[in-house]
Design a protein around this ligand. Structure first.
Ligand code: PLP
Length: 396
């Protein structure tokens, strides 16, 4: 074989979520879409806010058609980066400038660029806490570094700081956090963020090198009941923020997001330059131009998050009533549920016999649980409840 074995393996082995999603599509063709209860994938189920389509139409009819579809600066249009900086400064009382931002094709690109820009050797380690988004492993290993996973704290799914401390060593280069969390729906508390910042600060002094806190935040605006998501740059200087509009603006197919390197980061200009270099190496320059232009007007908007809250409340209350053990999520659109017999692989397979597609959380580093994506049609949740009940009863 004359291709990279590493890439061949990645390309031929589908993710567990994708496998399930494809199974759902085949099953729907066989027995009808209305009889398949697909809770597998995190595709937003609410439309983008009106502002998005209105602004895209305006740009396409009123602006210079050549410029609209032309290249932007490699790091993104100045006007877009300024709109984002202004929005964040107003909301979080920060002092970012357009020069702190690098526009990307969504969170996947933001994360791969950041990892490529900070990893210096194959001995470098990047840590995260389970449960975690499985693609982190692919993104980190793609740089040659190693992903080190802190076991889940099953009490409340915050970060287990004691175990984190045990795993940090002289090779630790960064810690990735994702809050609101995919798959648990947890929003890390301010206390957790403060304690993690204190730990990383202490460890970077001990080892005499920077440990970056990389925050992956595509769900920042998807929170319920007035929960606040701490803005992490305020707690830890060496924070790099990665963001995406895939979820907040319901635009996963349009591929738009950004990286924020605040001035407070040690040698921030050099880090930003390395981000530009990694963007170049990976071919992620000039994020989609039309989306960048749309953002100047629509930054800060969201779809109707209340629709997700309605889904969360119905599903959580009904599953609890049936007898399942699960945690009420504060954000994102995922629920994390314990397999009744503790075997999540067997449970998700048995769920398939009821045409219920639930993701085995093994790939999220947390066996014994399944992830339920409730960014789905509300009526599908109602139709699925008898199947959830039969599934639960089959264990009694
Ligand atoms: N990070 C997390 C936690 C996610 O859940 C996702 C997508 O589901 C991504 C990153 C990738 O998002 P994007 O579509 O912006 O690349």
């Amino acid at each position: 074989m004359e291709v990279s074995e590493k890439m061949y393996k990645l390309g031929t082995k589908r993710s567990a979520i994708r496998e399930l999603f494809e199974f759902g599509k085949r099953k729907a063709a066989e027995i009808g879409k209305e009889n398949v209860y697909d809770f597998s994938i995190g595709n937003p189920s609410i439309p983008a806010p009106d502002c998005v389509n209105e602004e895209i139409k305006r740009i396409l009819t009123e602006e210079d058609p050549v410029a609209v579809h032309g290249y932007t600066s490699a790091q993104g249009d100045e006007a877009t980066r300024k709109a984002i900086a202004d929005y964040l400064n107003k909301k979080y009382e920060t002092e970012f400038t357009p020069d702190n931002f690098y526009m990307t094709c969504g969170a996947a690109a933001s994360l791969t660029i950041v990892f490529h820009s900070i990893v210096c050797s194959n001995e470098d380690e990047i840590m995260t806490a389970a449960p975690f988004f499985p693609e982190y492993k692919v993104f980190v290993e793609g740089t040659g570094a190693k992903l080190v996973v802190v076991d889940a704290d099953k009490k409340n799914f915050e970060i287990d700081l004691k175990k984190s401390e045990e795993l940090i060593n002289e090779h630790t280069k960064a810690f990735i956090i994702n809050s609101p969390n995919n798959p648990s729906g947890v929003v890390y508390s301010e206390d957790t963020i403060k304690a993690l910042a204190e730990l990383l600060d202490r460890k970077q002094k001990e080892y005499d090198h920077t440990i970056y806190l990389v925050t992956d935040e595509p769900y920042r605006e998807i929170v319920y009941d007035g929960v606040e998501v701490p803005f992490v740059t305020k707690y830890y200087a060496n924070t790099i923020v990665t963001y995406s509009y895939s979820k907040s603006l319901s635009l996963p197919g349009e591929r738009i997001g950004w990286i924020l390197v605040p001035d407070e980061v040690k040698d921030s200009k050099a880090v930003y330059a390395a981000v530009c270099g990694a963007g170049r190496t990976l071919g992620y320059v000039c994020a989609p131009s039309l989306m960048q232009k749309m953002l100047v007007k629509c930054v800060g908007q969201t779809g109707d998050v209340n629709e997700y809250k309605k889904n969360r409340d119905l599903l959580y209350n009904e599953l609890k009533e049936i007898g399942y053990n699960l945690r009420k999520p504060e954000g994102a659109f995922y629920m994390f549920m314990e397999a009744p017999n503790g075997d999540s692989d067997e449970f998700s397979k048995r769920a398939m016999t009821e045409n219920l597609l639930l993701v085995d959380a093994d790939s999220f580093g947390c066996p014994g649980y399944v992830r339920i994506s409730y960014c789905v049609d509300h009526d599908m949740i109602k139709r699925s409840l008898p199947a959830f009940k039969r599934l639960y009863d089959s264990y009694r």
